[in-house]
Structure formats: structure tokens, C-alpha cells
Design a protein. Sequence first.
Length: 127
Amino acid sequence: MEVKSTSKYVRLSPKKARDVAREIQGMPAGSAMDILNFTPKKAAQLIGKTLKTAMADAQHNFKMDAETLTIKEAVIGIGPALKRFKPRAKGSAGAIRRPTSHIFITLTDEETPAKKGKSAKAEKAVK
């Protein structure tokens, strides 16, 4: 079973948040929380909050065990940018974009199947 949790309109650049999200993808949820707690980035704190919410939903709403949960997906989407202006020389204005992000985390309790070394087509090509 899958449990999804989202945080929308987070005041953080998606590019900066994706670096942290890639690190925890496919990990057990407990290990990912430990990594996020010791990562000195703003994105780690915000992704950690979303992960904590997903774990709590899984435990309370779906009666799943927190020990068996793994992160199936950690996706950072692009949110709307806040547009601001800063005064510049000779009465002009310079545009400033303040990006926002949407954080999507999917947890699952299913075991991931082990990857095989070669596919059937690759084995035929070798013969």
C-alpha cells in the first residue's frame, strides 16, 4: 500500500530541494529521517516535515508499521514564483523572482523486487 504526503507553496527553489530529495529516494523511512536531521540545508528540514507527516498518516490512518516503510518517490515540483521589483538606477526597476516548490513524498510498505543482472533480450544478444 502507498501513502502520499504533499507540502505546497514552500518558499524554496526546486533546484536546491531536488539535491536533498535525490539522496533519500529508495531508502527506509527511518534512515532517511536520520539523514535529513543531520543535513545542514533548509530543504532537508522542509522535506523532513513532509516525510514525518507521511509516516504519521501511514501509522494512524492505515495501521502500517513505521519500521517497514520505504520511500518510493520523493519529487520536487515547481510552484508559482513570487514576483517582486527592486529599484534600479535612473528610475527603473529590476524584476526579482522568488521561486516556490511543491514537495511530494510517496511511502510504501511493499518489498522492492531484486533487480536481475540482464534482461532476456540482452541474454539473447550475447548468445
